[in-house]
Design a protein around this ligand. Sequence first.
Ligand SMILES: *Cc1c(COP(=O)(O)O)cnc(C)c1O
Length: 457
Amino acid sequence: MKTIIEPFRIKSVEPIYFTTREERDHILQQAFYNPFLIHADQVLIDLLTDSGTSAMSSNQWAGMMQGDESYAGSTSFFHFERTIQDITGLPLVIPTHQGRAAEKILFSLLGGKGKYIVSNTLFDTTRANIEFSGAEGVDLVCEEGKHPSLPAPFKGNMDTVALQKFIQEKGAAHIPLCVITVTNNSGGGQPVSMQNIREVRSICQAHGIPLFIDACRFAENAYFIKQRETGYSDKTIPIIVREMFSYADGCTMSAKKDAFANIGGFLAMHNEVLAQQCRNMLIMTEGFPTYGGLAGRDLEAIAIGLTEVMDEHYLQYRIRSTEYLCNKLIAAGVPVMQPAGGHAIYLDAKEFLPHIPVDQYPGQALVGALYVHGGIRSVEIGSLMFGKYDADKQLIPAQLELVRLAIPRRVYTQSHIDYVSEVIIEVFRDRDRIKGLAIVEEAPMLRHFTAKLKPIQ
Ligand SMILES: *Cc1c(COP(=O)(O)O)cnc(C)c1O
């Protein structure tokens, strides 16, 4: 088989920024060891997130010029609506400015004290919006999903036995929604199988619990199903996607992921009553229902991107380039989550830095080391992001201590990725010198975005 190449050529380029190691040492200190506080022009390869960082296509840019900026009834909205209806089969489409705006609306309506939202794994903003409503978020990922180094085809699956048990314990009346995140971002970008979606659907249906898909990476998930699940290798991506959504009562989506857009999101659903309540809230917080929080040009870019993302040449290149990086690291003995996720690779910081205890945030320490050594920006997905405190102010750590290197869509080339692997391998060889961190300042929710830290001497 020949090399799988980038299925595009480059028409417009932007510079990346070189700094010295000494400069980065200083920059990281100034940023309180938090990559979110580093300025983008001080980063060489930015793998902080794949969110809103995609390169748009020439078609999307052309669509931007055709955006209809009418306040009500914009033609761009109808293009957006029609595209989402076609792709998902969900009839009621509500635009929002991001995925979390869709979550905020949904959980303000469905959440509340004494309620539980069950999921394979809730993404951080999803969990925060659930908790802010007073409800509790419950992650019930399958056993394989809890072991980073154990390769399995669908590590994003929900544990259906645990789901049934949980419903029996708490009562369906207290569970207003089940959410399946595809692919499972906080659980390593691992896919969910069609069979699992089908089983969760039937359990939820039996108890009258609606099922929503957190659809940010629906196309990547569909490609994994095509590659790995029996009976799907001959089906097209749009057919697989349509089947995934056929089991759902609705979805939330961030268009900053698998829609190649720099901003945007939406809610889509079957339930008329809920949709009307959502639209009423939308008008208060986002805007009129034919634009949500978006400009007409954004609606166009999203509609075009949603169609482009299902191209199999693109998906093959996308999934392969992530796997390529993962395999290089595995070959060098670096502890990395296996198999590769769709949009990112995840270093296992507990294994990488066994000398740093979890309450000294090994993931965040590794993030800092990758930046200082090679100018690479990554993000901790561990106890800084998900840790809580008990009554004695002792850390209740997260299940996993991961460092995510998310790959922006259509942005970096193979040589960039080769460089990234070289940096990670060099840091791994010198890992004994990396020190743990302590928090000096933090916000009560989503603390990882703004927390300030310092090295422990
Ligand atoms: C990014 C993301 C969100 C939130 O979307 P935003 O557009 O960043 O607000 C929700 N769920 C998952 C799985 C995501 O990856």
